[in-house]
Write a protein that binds this ligand. Structure first.
Ligand SMILES: Nc1ncnc2c1ncn2[C@@H]1O[C@H](COP(=O)(O)OP(=O)(O)OP(=O)(O)O)[C@@H](O)[C@H]1O
Ligand SMILES: [Mg+2]
Length: 350
């Protein structure tokens, strides 16, 4: 309960005295004492439960004393008014107690809601991290298996084993950077923007998925514009987006006959200030009925999908000043996703 200021105390005391005097000096028929209830309501916010009931008791005593001191009017009407006044002040105190309980319940519900939202965003964060580090983790396992094979050869191929260990270290480093970037993203940190060659970044991601692409008989054609200006964004995050689009294309192409499994990756300069990256597959494409949900978090049509790939990718590209969309004008059986990344500002000539 808030403390009551001195002027408010004085006003309250004055009001109580005025009501007492008026109640005592007027006729029995005039029920001035009901105004004690109004006073109680006015100071309710400043009273703890004990204070509330103490004031209520004080009001009851004053009503009874006034009644005893009143000398004029119809006593019968006075008794009726007395009972009404006593009941009014007790009912007011009771209703205030009820009102406080309801207020408390509402506050508790609100704080529970805030806690739940926090848990949900924690859950989303955990899921996103798990989703994004899956790829480097799979690469680490592949490298570890390869390393084992090189070492168990007779004689062991130490040079190759050494190379796989280096790959493992690089992938583990990538996984830990991804975790840091996603945490930063959910905290609202600005991306680590720097100039980088987008074609090289795309080729690095493609190299990571080469084994899976070969396994699924997927052919990839790269149409990367030469001499592109440097992109200006968070390279690790842009690679995450490319990896997500690549994984989605692999998932879709797995469902069509091997002769139809093709993916085209393009990069080009558009409008002079953005690099555009496109992933176009030859699978069955996106049914009109699901287009509106593609970028919703936790929305998936896959049995073991989580449904965060596209929503996270869009968040990342937005945070980097670009745009990610499904190209609905694209002709062909499959899906075509495109995203824009800003190019590095040209340093002024000194
Ligand atoms: N290239 C594609 N071809 C056909 N459908 C696609 C393609 N890419 C995405 N989709 C559809 O969009 C949905 C959402 O994709 P998103 O990447 O967000 O989640 P997901 O792939 O289902 O699960 P995950 O969180 O594991 O990535 C997919 O379930 C799929 O229905
Ligand atoms: Mg996905």
């Amino acid at each position: 309960m808030a403390r009551m200021s001195l002027p408010k105390w004085l006003m309250t005391i004055l009001a109580v005295v005025a009501i007492f005097v008026a109640d005592t000096t007027t006729y029995y028929e005039v029920a001035v004492s009901v105004f004690y209830a109004a006073t109680l309501l006015a100071i309710e916010a400043h009273l703890n439960p004990r204070g509330l009931w103490a004031c209520t008791a004080g009001g009851l005593v004053l009503i009874l004393v006034s009644f005893a001191l009143t000398a004029h009017g119809d006593l019968h009407a006075g008794l009726v008014n007395l009972i009404i006044s006593l009941c009014t002040i007790v009912a007011t105190a009771y209703l205030i107690t009820k009102m406080r309980a309801a207020r408390l319940a509402a506050q508790q519900a609100q704080s529970q809601l805030i806690r739940m939202t926090r848990i949900q965003s924690m859950e989303a964060l955990t899921v996103s991290i798990a989703h994004e580090i899956n790829q480097p983790l799979a690469a680490i396992v592949t490298s570890a298996n390869a390393g084992q094979r090189w070492l168990t050869q007779n004689p062991p191929n130490v040079t190759k084993a050494h190379e796989t260990l280096e790959r493992i270290a690089a992938d583990a480093q990538r996984a830990s950077t991804i975790i840091a970037r996603i945490r930063g993203l959910t905290r609202g940190d600005a991306p680590h923007q720097a100039a980088f060659d987008i074609n090289t970044a795309l080729q690095e991601i493609l190299a990571l998925s080469k084994a899976e692409l070969d396994l699924q008989d997927i052919t990839v054609s790269l149409q990367l514009e030469e001499a592109l200006p440097a992109a200006y964004a968070d390279k690790v995050q842009v690679q995450q987006v490319a990896a997500n689009l690549l994984l989605n294309a692999i998932d879709a192409l797995r469902c069509v006959p091997p002769t139809r499994r093709h993916l085209q990756i393009e990069s080009s300069l558009v409008g002079g200030s953005f690099v555009q990256i496109s992933f176009t597959d030859t699978a069955d494409g996106i049914a009109p009925s699901i287009k509106d949900h593609l970028f919703d978090a936790f929305w998936t049509t896959k049995k073991d999908g989580i449904g965060v790939g596209l929503s996270l990718s869009r968040t990342i590209i937005d945070a980097n000043g670009g745009r990610l969309w499904l190209d609905e004008d694209h002709h062909g059986t499959g899906a075509c996703f495109r995203f824009l990344v800003p190019i590095a500002p040209i340093a002024p000539v000194a």
